[in-house]
Design a protein around this ligand. Structure first.
Ligand SMILES: Nc1ncnc2c1ncn2[C@@H]1O[C@H](COP(=O)(O)OP(=O)(O)OP(=O)(O)O)[C@@H](O)[C@H]1O
Ligand SMILES: [Mg+2]
Length: 447
């Protein structure tokens, strides 16, 4: 039978918690002070410690300074909302999770059902690290550059907890893979991983998609609908493109993260939730806050544990490993193995990879199909000129310092045309040139 130590100075709470953990099959002892807790830790070696932070002889946090005593126990903090900051600090020191007081039976049950001895999780992380040394991959993530190793450390560190994670990085850097890795290494792995792209759902429907709705709550709501929060119960909810979520809904999400409960659309009944939220964005979150697409309070709440993915061009030393990985996958699915020559790899390493790992995978797929021999000696890369395009509809053009003026002029003209949907009058007006000048330029470009 697993054993729990309840460190709580309020006798009523301690009794209630003893009953709750008892109902989950734990034996329990209680301690009402830090001193008492140290004695009990040494004597009973509990699997689980429920730790109140405010104790008569000091802060529960002090136990984290005594790793020898707590190294083999899973520590779950109990805290009032006001001390959220402290909990965050504790999670960074090594607590496995936290509960907000008053602790409800359901919350506790959620945590207890996932209790794994830290030693088991540690063993798993050790295996993954050995695999990394050997093959350069960490689960589904490929790469052994220093920046990716830092990412793996963070994944291993946060997976065991329930804290919210914010994954940032350019498009195609592997944000969704990271979210899955966190889920797969967590105690939630047997429960659902639900991925939601906030940018892909109509703003009118997103609230009912996320929180669900009651029958009859709006026209067309002809039956009760479970939202993503309910469907992800016990597991992980991945909110991709979080900056696309309407601001009013961001407020509601923040409330769920703070209270652990929500309401279906058209209902007044609070439902408790046990879901870990992982959010992602390919924008700079601080800029999104400044630009008003991400609420600042939500940002701080999500940013408890940030993981930033490096762009491929900043870890180009991983490119050969990644290329090998994708070609092996292709070989397996197509039944014919091909490899890239050293020259082709050198060529690939020169590219800037704006679409990151996804772009690399696409380029290799194309090269695999186009090459008849088992050696891929040259690769068709998107032309450098395409770098000058306002590719994301942002209306911003990237221009290389040192490029000839004529090239820059051409980039600006083509991007402006694209911006105005090829409408020549409007493009000419915006550029401040006559329509005739624009036509002449286009003729010179052979268009
Ligand atoms: N480190 C990696 N190792 C292996 N494959 C990777 C890695 N990073 C990304 N990929 C592959 O690249 C593709 C894109 O990854 P993913 O969808 O996770 O990126 P993303 O950052 O979420 O992109 P977006 O911002 O466009 O949503 C996937 O096919 C994924 O398998
Ligand atoms: Mg993604």
């Amino acid at each position: 039978m697993a054993h729990a130590l309840i460190v709580e100075d309020d006798a009523d709470s301690a009794r209630m918690l003893t009953t709750l953990v008892g109902a989950q099959g734990f034996s329990a002892t209680t301690a009402s002070s830090l001193r008492h807790a140290r004695e009990q830790l040494a004597a009973t070696h509990p699997d689980l410690v429920l730790l109140d932070l405010q104790l008569p002889d000091g802060s529960g946090m002090q136990l984290f300074d005594e790793q020898r005593l707590i190294a083999n126990s899973e520590v779950v903090l109990m805290t009032g909302y006001a001390s959220l900051e402290t909990s965050i600090q504790a999670l960074r020191c090594g607590a496995a999770d936290y509960l907000v007081k008053p602790v409800s039976g359901r919350q506790l049950q959620g945590i207890l059902s996932r209790v794994t001895r830290p030693s088991a999780l540690h063993a798993e992380v050790r295996d993954l690290k050995q695999e990394l040394e050997r093959s350069g991959r960490f689960g589904a993530l490929v790469g052994r550059s220093a920046s990716m190793q830092r990412v793996y450390e963070q994944i291993a560190r946060v997976a065991a907890t329930s804290v919210t994670v914010l994954v940032t990085g350019e498009c195609g850097t592997g944000k969704e893979l990271v979210a899955r890795a966190v889920h797969d290494m967590s105690r939630r792995r047997a429960r659902p991983f639900v991925a939601v792209n906030c940018g892909a759902i109509s703003p009118n429907l997103i609230e009912s998609e996320i929180f669900g709705h009651e029958r009859g709550s709006f026209t067309g709501a002809d039956r009760l609908h479970q939202g993503y929060f309910e469907r992800a119960h016990g597991g992980t909810l991945f909110l991709d493109e979080i900056t696309e979520m309407p601001p009013a809904l961001q407020v509601k999400l923040l409330r769920v993260l703070e209270t652990g409960s929500f309401m279906r659309v058209g209902s007044t009944q609070l439902l408790e939730t046990d879901v870990r939220v992982i959010a992602a964005t390919n924008r700079n979150p601080a800029k999104a806050v400044a630009g008003g697409t991400l609420r600042e309070d939500l940002y701080w709440r999500l940013n408890v544990f940030p993981i930033e993915l490096p762009p491929l061009r900043d870890r180009i030393e991983d490119l050969p490993l990644l290329a090998q990985h994708f070609l092996r996958e292709l070989g397996q699915s197509e039944g014919l193995f091909k490899r890239v020559t050293r020259e082709a790899l050198a060529q690939l390493a020169q590219h800037r990879w704006p679409g990151n790992v996804r772009e690399l995978r696409n380029v290799l797929q194309c090269a695999y199909v186009m090459t008849t021999s088992p050696e891929i000696g040259g690769v068709a890369l998107p032309r450098e000129a395409s770098r000058g395009r306002a590719d994301d509809g942002s209306g911003v053009l990237q221009i290389d310092v040192g490029a000839p003026l004529a090239t820059i002029e051409r980039q600006v003209i083509l991007a402006t045309l694209e911006h105005f949907g090829q409408h020549r009058e409007r493009a000419a007006a915006a550029l401040g040139v006559s329509l005739k000048t624009l036509y002449n330029r286009l003729k010179n470009y052979g268009l």
